[in-house]
Design a protein around this ligand. Structure first.
Ligand code: GTP
Ligand code: MG
Ligand code: NA
Length: 345
């Protein structure tokens, strides 16, 4: 379905931040969905994944092209949503360890909060490149919004009062970041994104800044991470969640990072009673721009190429362990090698 373009796969981006900074709402605006409203207590409790095809990215990139040139030469973008609530630090660790680039969401009204600091530590420790979405700009006084517009233009179109309010608040956040040793620059004036962390003002409420956010992600990954997102043959796939899916029994939601997987492939993965060897019965993905963790329609595939979030249905997954690595097991040699790795974990 989504084959690699040239020699590049879709980059994997992980969205991180303190609870209620607006991570899921931002994704909802890009997807045109209402996932956040369906969450218990408005709290994300699972890792999610959404695929954005190049066509969608190009539509957004047009809105910034007058001042920020980006060519979209990637097949798409896979965004991993994570919970911000303090009790899910294992999921933040898992999500951030699987991504090429992270988006750290900071609430402009609140500045750095506990899980912002935790996320910054995680990113620093793993040397994960990241950008910052400075979210909820619509809460500045007298904000005049224009749905889904570039925030670069929108910030120039505000009243004097609004601009002053915004300047004060953004300066507070920048100072807090500098105190933690992070040097940042607004993306439109950032000449050196490998040294200065790009900041993108956004609103998940109005969609302002979405074109900017996607432009920065596409540019960062396709210009500065070309090597990292080169297509690799080596199979690399992680189990994100195990769940019962209507009509499919126990399934696993996976993240295919490199390589490809086919229907009827034999797979091996860690189970609570030892390694599970089974055969892919159905290879499913949600539709593009739909959240994988939300119940919906699934597309059946014969083969899936990295990077992609996918659901696998197979016999014997009741026992599967979320967070573990999955291996192909088409030969006895594959099985022996993987069994040894799993048993030594
Ligand atoms: P967790 O996943 O639970 O950590 O939260 P989250 O970061 O995904 O935040 P969520 O999308 O659940 O949004 C939290 C609340 O903030 C909701 O009530 C949203 O409507 C609101 N919100 C999100 N983004 C914005 C924004 O840009 N502006 C305003 N005014 N409200 C926002
Ligand atoms: Mg959320
Ligand atoms: Na929330």
């Amino acid at each position: 379905l989504y084959k690699p373009v040239g020699d590049l796969r879709s980059p994997i981006c992980c969205i991180l931040g303190h609870v209620d900074t607006g991570k899921t709402t931002l994704l909802d605006k890009i997807r045109n969905t209402n996932v956040q409203e369906g969450e218990a207590g408005g709290i994300t409790q699972q890792i999610g994944a959404t695929f954005f095809p190049a066509k969608k990215l190009k539509e957004e990139l047009i809105k910034t092209q007058q001042f920020y040139q980006v060519d979209c030469n990637i097949p798409g973008l896979l965004i991993i949503d994570t919970p911000g609530h303090e009790s899910f630090s294992n999921l933040r660790t898992r999500g951030s360890s699987l991504c090429d680039l992270a988006i750290l969401v900071i609430d402009l009204m609140h500045g750095l909060e506990n899980q912002t600091l935790e996320s910054l530590e995680l990113l620093k420790m793993r040397k994960t490149p990241f950008i910052i979405a400075l979210n909820k700009i619509d809460r500045c006084v007298e904000w005049k919004n224009k749905k889904n517009a570039s925030s670069y233009y929108q910030l120039q179109n505000q009243t004097k009062n609004c601009k002053m309010d915004y300047e004060t608040k953004r300066q507070q956040v920048i100072t807090q970041l500098a105190e933690k040793g992070f040097n940042v620059a607004f993306y439109w004036e950032n000449e050196d994104p490998k040294t200065y962390i790009s900041v993108v003002p956004t609103s998940g409420f109005t969609g302002e800044g979405i074109p900017d956010l996607l432009s920065v992600i596409v540019k960062y990954t396709s210009v500065y991470m070309k090597n990292k997102i080169k297509v690799k043959e080596q199979f690399n796939c992680t189990v994100l969640e195990k769940k019962v899916t209507e009509g499919h029994g126990t399934t696993i939601d996976c993240l295919l990072i490199d390589g490809q997987i086919k229907k009827d492939d034999k797979i091996i993965l860690a189970g609570f009673q030892g390694p599970i060897v089974t055969k892919v019965r159905a290879l499913l993905t949600p539709h593009p721009m739909k959240e994988m963790r939300v119940k919906g329609e699934y597309i059946h595939h014969d083969v899936i190429y990295a990077s992609m979030g996918l659901k696998i249905s197979a016999v014997g997954l009741e026992d599967a362990m979320a967070g573990s690595q999955m291996y192909l097991a088409n030969t006895q040699e594959d099985i022996d090698k993987a069994t040894e790795i799993i048993n030594n974990e």
